[in-house]
Write a protein that binds this ligand. Structure first.
Ligand SMILES: Cc1cc2nc3c(=O)[nH]c(=O)nc-3n(C[C@H](O)[C@H](O)[C@H](O)COP(=O)(O)OP(=O)(O)OC[C@H]3O[C@@H](n4cnc5c(N)ncnc54)[C@H](O)[C@@H]3O)c2cc1C
Length: 456
């Protein structure tokens, strides 16, 4: 195994390869619970497409696994090191190569931070719409590989809807270009769509052509506080029935509000037991906001007309609602999505499950998409692991997944399967569908060196 590191040292500058323990440990895991902790053989911080190709050629020749890594903010374990792997860090490939305002497109390297692309686009009155709450940390390459969603996706769609073309280095080190510079284009199979969300298992994304959207001239934010969570969820449907398409529709339960108050010193929980945060945008934003206020107030909400500074702060607080905790075996954040018509029933079920299994629960949701992030947790035992407690936690997790599937939902709306959610994948996808995916994987990566043990 030493030979691969020696070989990489021969072909890349020393500053690009790290084998010291602190660096290996820092790049060994993302922000998901760790099931099978492994240190990589080396961390290689590539700076060009040629570097990526060289690494892939060497790893293919030695049969060494490669785990691509953007910023490591993933929460499914997609970027956890696999046994005996090289971690291929793309953070230094962080240049915006082109931004064409008339075409409403940009071409970026994979390590560009989402917020940096948005800052560059804003100078032209444009935005890159998919905005995961991690947009200040996560990379466009990571967003592409996970098909990341975000707050604005309620109106503007997820990452897949904004990716026009990709440059991808395949497992054998060859470079391909998929897709087109134009918004439309249907030539051949949609390989771009296939790579989006493939979690580093089919190829290394080394270039991304994205579609930009116009920055709305006007934005209105509405905070609706509710006496209970189910009522707040019903507000989401009421807005739809009023035929308003908000840019953002985020739902926070009482547990999330209390945690935000604790961290930021806000007084959200004194204002209600649940918060529905809605943003309308564009030239009709004011009229839409007025329509939203009316239906929410009629549905039992205390609706505030926020001054813009406070409104922005509320959206910021929502973006920070994961708090400072990183998931582990005692605290697991989920990512289920259910058809919106089942949202009210599902949030009720979550509360019942938490009570029945005596575990703690907080929920934030990209409610416009029916995408919920329930976090279930138990207090960390002082010394020995209390098996009964762990069983209750895992039963609550399993049951919440089962109910989401029964309602026609999915086990992951935007975070990906990674390593952590593999245990539930068979519940959602029947064997023939999984086998087809294994065959696609084998076509792209016959030796199985790209992010083994993840995603499918
Ligand atoms: C506070 C917080 C809030 C979050 N909010 C959201 C949210 O609102 N919406 C959402 O969707 N997610 C969210 N996430 C999860 C995470 O930020 C996203 O999954 C993000 O897209 C990961 O980007 P990354 O650069 O950190 O990728 P990483 O975590 O480094 O990698 C993620 C996956 O992509 C693969 N990968 C990375 N780069 C490449 C590449 N260039 N080529 C091929 N494969 C690659 C990795 O192997 C791994 O499988 C949140 C996470 C945190 C910590």
């Amino acid at each position: 195994m030493k030979t691969i590191v020696d070989e990489l040292r021969n072909i890349l500058e020393p500053s690009k390869i790290a084998v010291d323990q602190p660096t290996l440990a820092a790049y060994a895991v993302d922000q998901a619970p760790v099931l099978d902790y492994q240190l990589p053989l080396a961390v290689v911080l590539v700076e060009s497409i040629a570097d990526v190709q060289a690494v892939m050629r060497s790893c293919a020749a030695h049969g060494v696994p490669v785990v691509a890594r953007g910023a490591g903010t993933g929460v499914s374990g997609g970027a956890h090191a696999s046994r005996g792997c090289i971690v291929l860090g793309l953070e230094r490939m962080n240049r915006i190569l082109d931004l064409n305002a008339d075409d409403e497109t940009a071409v970026v390297e994979p390590g560009v931070i989402n917020a940096d692309l948005n800052d560059a686009a804003a100078a032209h009155g444009l935005m890159y719409a998919p905005d995961p709450a991690s947009f200040r940390m996560s990379t466009i390459g990571g967003n592409v590989a996970t098909n990341a969603g975000g707050l604005r996706c309620a109106k503007y769609g997820v990452t897949r809807d904004s990716v026009l073309a990709l440059d991808v280095v395949l497992a054998d080190g060859s470079l391909i270009h998929t897709g087109h510079q134009t918004f439309k284009g249907v030539a051949g199979y949609d390989l771009t769509g296939l790579f989006v969300g493939s979690e580093g298992t089919l190829g290394i994304v080394v270039g991304v052509t994205v579609r930009l959207k116009y920055l709305p001239r006007e934005v209105h934010t509405i905070a609706a506080f509710y006496p209970d969570f189910r009522l707040a969820a019903s507000g989401v449907l009421a807005v739809g029935r009023a035929r308003v398409q908000p840019a953002i529709m985020e739902l926070l339960d009482g547990g999330s509000l209390a945690q935000l108050d604790e961290i930021h010193g806000s007084d959200l929980s004194s204002r209600g037991a649940s918060l529905l945060l809605i943003q309308t945008d564009g030239f009709g934003a004011a009229a839409e906001a007025e329509a939203v206020r009316e239906v929410l107030a009629a549905g039992g909400a205390t609706v505030t007309t926020e001054a813009s500074a406070e409104a922005e702060q509320l959206v910021e607080l929502r973006r920070n609602s994961r708090g400072v905790e990183v998931d582990d075996e005692y605290r697991v954040g989920e990512d289920v999505a259910v058809p919106r018509s089942r949202l009210v029933d599902y949030v009720g079920t979550l509360q019942e499950l938490a009570a029945a299994h005596q575990v703690k629960l907080k929920v934030v949701a990209h409610a416009g998409d029916g995408n919920l992030h329930p976090t279930f947790w138990v207090d960390r035992p002082d010394s020995t692991v209390d098996e009964g407690t762990m069983k209750r936690l895992n039963t609550a997790l399993d049951d919440s997944i089962a109910v989401a599937l029964e309602m026609g939902g999915t086990i992951t709306g935007e975070h990906g399967i990674g390593q952590y959610k593999l245990r539930w994948l068979g519940l959602e996808q029947p064997e023939p569908v999984r086998e087809l995916q294994r065959r696609i994987k084998a076509l792209f990566d016959p030796a199985g060196i790209l992010n083994p043990g993840k995603a499918i």
